[in-house]
Design a protein around this ligand. Sequence first.
Ligand code: NAP
Length: 219
Amino acid sequence: MIIITGASDGLGLQVAKLYKEAGKKVINISRRKSEFTDSNILCDLSNEEEIKGAVSEILKMDEKIEAIINCAGVLSVQKLEKITGAEFDRLLSVNVKAAILLISNLIKKIKQDEADIVNVASSVGLKGYLDQAVYGASKWAMRGFSANLQLELKGTKSRVISFCPGGFKTKLFEKATGVDNTADGSEWMRAEDVALALKHTLDLPKNMEVSEIIINRKS
Ligand SMILES: NC(=O)c1ccc[n+]([C@@H]2O[C@H](COP(=O)([O-])OP(=O)(O)OC[C@H]3O[C@@H](n4cnc5c(N)ncnc54)[C@H](OP(=O)(O)O)[C@@H]3O)[C@@H](O)[C@H]2O)c1
């Protein structure tokens, strides 16, 4: 089975659709249901107890995990002088802590099943971005987690892919700012196409680990 966090919307939803079309069993972990999954584990990923509950449900399924795709995320756009501890905690808990706790709680099974891991970071995790100090910090941290996992899983069959796309059209920006940027005619990538790149990367032979993939919008 393929486990995807945040398969109820945006990139995760498109990745789930591709795996369903490929005949795979897909499990979504998010607060809302996904239309392209066999099973939805409803979970607020900012809550450690709920993550533990999600892990129990996965273990109960007693099925081989092929891949875990940590895709759930939230954006925050704010002036440097307006950053609050609450916003920092909210962002880091969903964008980084949840992925670390999920993998930590499942690591025995991940090794047993030789499961692959994809951590969705962002091209914002490779540079600075005005008004995105907190989001940027969370994405740099996600890349750091991937580097650490690659070391932890050295000598196993589990691949760890740090996936860093540039801007693509979803409701992520609108949820953070109230401004819908999906219909502005810009050259932002389509979530469907970014999903294809993610799945293609995982579809490569098991002895090929794309340790990091950076996808920029063509300028
Ligand atoms: N869009 C871009 O331009 C872009 C660029 C680079 C990287 N990324 C990254 O790509 C990933 C997907 O982004 P997207 O644009 O597809 O966003 P999206 O359309 O807003 O989808 C976000 C997903 O995360 C889940 N999520 C958010 N908060 C959650 C919580 N507290 N608990 C559980 N699930 C939660 C949402 O599910 P529920 O609401 O159902 O909980 C939803 O399925 C994110 O990590 C984002 O940072 C996006």
